[in-house]
Write a protein that binds this ligand. Structure first.
Ligand SMILES: [Zn+2]
Length: 327
């Protein structure tokens, strides 16, 4: 079963999390295959790593709304999206136009022309009309403009830029498991006493120089991809941190843990069709007898025939009352 583990290093300003998506990740791939739309290995790895990373990032913040991790590419992969709800329900998809070759990495897939971008959006649950969700964006290259080849490097860069926090991220995925390990330096506390600006200044001063964080991140970096995918959580944590004062919290699994769930609905699809305009949608229905819209995340297909389309474009006030009020 998919699981999320949280832990701290007692006495040190360092915390960590480890996620393993198993059944939930396999369901994503199974649905994709059922929709006759499976991806090549490098894209599947990217999607798995994005699902694991987005789950870690959502679990790492106190925020009531969905976290959307997106990579926009100028190579054969145009877009990859992972979305995670506060209860750790996640969904992930990608849009590929063109050929991804075996062994392709981030640059070849998404950053062929140097225009690739990674964005993280926090979309509040009860956003009032006109309110924009918060979005942070980083390029897919490092400070010296060197192209980055791993999603983990892009996200470490993002965390440092947006939150001034040192972060070590190890990600891996195959067709059975999508997993991630996150080690992060905790922000300097005590803003109430000493004033926010000086706390944040102290926080920036700590970047890269906190000894405990550097030691623990270094240990984490020795974890191989195969170990992360193949070993159970207890073994991974014991092997890496057996000399460290690790304190673990109750793991989140099952209904409290990460799991696949899609938020698509007939209503959303209807709104999307409405935004295309009546003429356009009527044209599709005239040509194909109905409009079919498939969800890229879960593979569900929604159908709208001419009667449904008529309903979509009729103002609510003009519609016949529902059957319950006729009786
Ligand atoms: Zn869906």
């Amino acid at each position: 079963m998919s699981e999320l583990h949280r832990f701290i290093f007692e006495g040190f300003p360092v915390r960590g999390m480890l996620v393993r998506l198993t059944d939930s990740w396999q369901e994503v791939l199974r649905r994709r295959e059922a929709a006759d739309d499976s991806f090549g290995v490098p894209v599947r790895v990217l999607m798995g790593e994005m699902a694991a990373a987005a789950t870690l990032m959502q679990a790492n913040i106190k925020f009531s709304g969905s976290l959307i991790l997106q990579v926009f590419g100028d190579g054969p992969v145009k877009l990859a999206v992972a979305q995670v709800q506060p209860d750790l329900a996640f969904r992930v998809t990608a849009k590929v136009v063109g050929e991804v070759r075996p062994g392709d990495r981030l640059e070849a897939m998404l950053n062929a022309g140097g225009q690739g971008r990674c964005s993280i959006t926090l979309d509040p649950k009860d956003r009032h009309p006109g309110q924009q969700p918060y979005t942070g964006i980083v390029p897919l290259h490092g400070d010296a403009r060197e192209p980055l080849q791993q999603l983990s490097e892009v996200l470490e860069h993002y965390m440092l830029q947006s939150e001034q926090l040192d972060t070590k991220l190890i990600l891996a995925a195959d067709d059975k498991v999508a997993a991630g390990l996150l080690i992060q330096r905790l922000p300097v506390q005590g803003a109430g006493n000493i004033g926010g600006s000086s706390a944040s200044q102290r926080n920036e001063d700590e970047i890269g120089v906190n000894e405990a964080y550097n030691r623990i991140a270094h240990l984490a970096a020795t974890l191989t991809r195969d170990e992360l995918l193949g070993l159970d959580v207890n073994t991974v944590l014991r092997r890496l941190f057996w000399e460290e004062p690790l304190r673990r919290f109750e793991p989140q699994t099952g209904a409290n843990g990460p799991r696949f769930a899609c938020t698509c609905s007939r209503e959303h699809v209807g709104n999307m069709l409405r935004s295309l305009g009546r003429e356009e949608v009527d044209g599709i229905v005239a040509e194909q007898s109905r409009a079919e819209v498939g969800c890229d995340f879960c593979g569900l297909k929604y159908h709208f025939d001419s009667v449904d389309v008529g309903g979509l474009f009729t103002p609510v006030t003009d519609q016949m009352p529902g059957s319950s009020s006729i009786n």
